[in-house]
Design a protein around this ligand. Structure first.
Ligand code: GDD
Ligand code: MN
Length: 375
């Protein structure tokens, strides 16, 4: 009996379904009900990856999983993010095939089964449920979001290997994958933000064979979408990361963009302090430097380092540390630029660029380490 079970003979093939959840208490019950009855052809394993929801989703799924062994809960504390939840689910899943879908009811179980059938019939490594294919329908997205997704898809298509140009929805959260054929690539996926699928295609260098099936994207019944500005920012960073051959760390790209914005803030502040408030340059400069550094700090805290975001008193302490970290290289910057100018080449722009580069590397490394306590 045991031998028979372990040999796997006479058993159905296994389908794992990964459901990332964050505050989906009302949505998860009807979805689980639909999923548990959606197929007789596979033995199901449903992996709910929950990031310590605050609305009771975690306990609810725990209770359900104690009653039905096909349901398993992965309860994550201190980690978060859709892409990282998906990756974790994929790494834990034991199925021969694995489906990933939203847990708010916007993706239909039917689409997952269609995707699975297509994957098997046409021997794909991956099949995506697309919102933009012929036969798809979008019922649950505002015009603005639909436009945004279309635009994001165009950028994504442009940045990804040519072999994926036939795909229509790189942003989809619904897909079926034959993990055995892509395991080493899934391991490499950088899990910032929402876009697991885009990242997977991006790291694959064209090695994954991918197809699509149409999807009807339903409206959300309960709760709200978790897609926000920070997630859009992550996606922009992802695009730049892909365009620059994945050479620079994403966090460094984000830090650099925030820094560039800080330059603007400084120029504008100086201008206002001098021309509107009528102070001299020497007075205006130190103020605007502090204003720019503070705005850099707050934006980095909200975007670049939001996984380690500082709050209340920690936020204030962090600001002081950030100002300290940022003030040290000012001297180095001046020193280096002067030396570069006199010793290497007498080109003011190049000399300043070398100074800025050193300041950037220092600020990034030191504030990662000392302000946000990350390696
Ligand atoms: N575990 C976990 N952790 N789950 C999360 C997190 C998180 O930090 N953030 C979101 N989720 C879960 C939600 O509970 C939901 O089941 C699913 O991920 C999608 O999140 P929504 O907040 O419903 O996203 P959406 O409907 O606005 O976005 C849709 O379109 C995006 C592309 O435009 C989804 O289909 C996304 O998957 C898709 O990338
Ligand atoms: Mn949704």
């Amino acid at each position: 009996m045991l031998g028979n079970d372990l040999s796997g003979k006479d058993l159905l093939e296994r389908l794992s379904i990964v459901l990332p959840t964050y505050n989906e208490r009302e949505n998860i019950i009807p979805l689980l009900g639909q999923l548990l009855t959606c197929t007789n052809d596979y033995e199901l394993e449903i992996l709910v990856v929950d990031d310590d929801s605050t609305d009771g989703t975690t306990q609810l799924v725990k209770d359900l999983s104690s009653r039905d062994r096909r349901i398993r809960l992965i309860h994550r504390v201190g980690r978060s993010g859709l892409a990282s939840a998906i990756k974790e689910g994929l790494m834990v899943a034991t199925g021969d095939f694995i489906a990933v879908m939203d847990s708010d009811g916007q993706h239909e179980p039917k689409a997952v089964i269609n995707a699975l059938n297509k994957l098997r019939k046409d021997n794909f490594n991956l099949v995506v449920g697309s919102r933009f294919l012929k036969g798809s329908e979008i019922r649950g997205l505002s015009y603005r979001r639909t436009g945004g997704s279309t635009l994001a898809n165009s950028f994504a298509r442009f940045s990804l290997p040519e072999v994926y140009s036939h795909l229509t929805d790189y942003m989809s959260g619904c897909f079926v994958i034959d993990l055995n054929s892509c395991d080493s690539l899934v391991r490499k996926v950088d899990v910032n933000g929402f876009k697991f699928l885009y990242e997977l295609l991006s790291v694959s260098g064209g090695k994954i064979s991918a197809g699509e099936v149409p999807l009807t994207f339903q409206p959300r019944e309960y709760g709200i979408s978790k897609l926000d500005m920070a997630i859009l920012w992550d996606f922009m960073i992802s695009l730049i990361h892909t365009f620059t051959f994945r050479f620079l760390p994403r966090r460094a790209i984000s830090f650099a963009l925030v820094g560039a914005f800080g330059v603007l803030v400084q120029l504008i502040s100086t201008n206002i302090i001098m021309n509107v408030m009528n102070y001299k340059f020497e007075v205006a400069l130190p103020f605007s430097v502090v204003i720019a550094a503070t705005s850099n700090y707050l934006i980095n805290n909200a975007l670049t380092f939001r996984a380690h975001r500082l709050k209340s008193l920690g936020l204030l302490k962090g600001l002081l540390k950030f100002l300290l970290v940022a003030s040290l290289p000012v001297l180095a910057n001046v020193g280096l630029a002067t030396t570069f100018y006199s010793v290497v080449v007498s080109n003011a722009v190049l000399a300043q660029m070398s100074g800025i580069l050193v300041v950037f590397v220092w600020n990034y490394a030191a504030s990662s380490r000392f302000v946000w306590n990350t390696p």
